[in-house]
Design a protein. Sequence first.
Length: 132
Amino acid sequence: VSTEALMELYLQSPEAQHEETAAVILAAILEGNQKAMLTAFYKSTVYRELLYKMRFLSDCILQVATGTARFTPSIMRIFKSKYSGKISLSRMLQVQMMLAELEFRMNSISIDERILMTAFIGDFIATHTTKD
């Protein structure tokens, strides 16, 4: 089996679809695009999985930005195809903190995960995005 064939199989898997959704949501956060974030969430049903993947991706982005990444995981390649803007370390650290706080809240209170996530991330976008 060739590497290309394996990659094609992987790209059709649910795991790869979750990575793509997480990358789209993280790009939407960085772009300040609430509609794109909501659209991606509404197409999914695996909210906790998306949170884990976004947290992993945010760490990968920080590693790449600091030159400490040892490899490029597939989710990072997907993210690069979805987001071409400049990434500041302070902005990524804010996003990472927001995701950690979101996970803490998900583990602490009993609210529908999609509603909590979309409200929390939507509020982050609203309060951390400068509009021209």
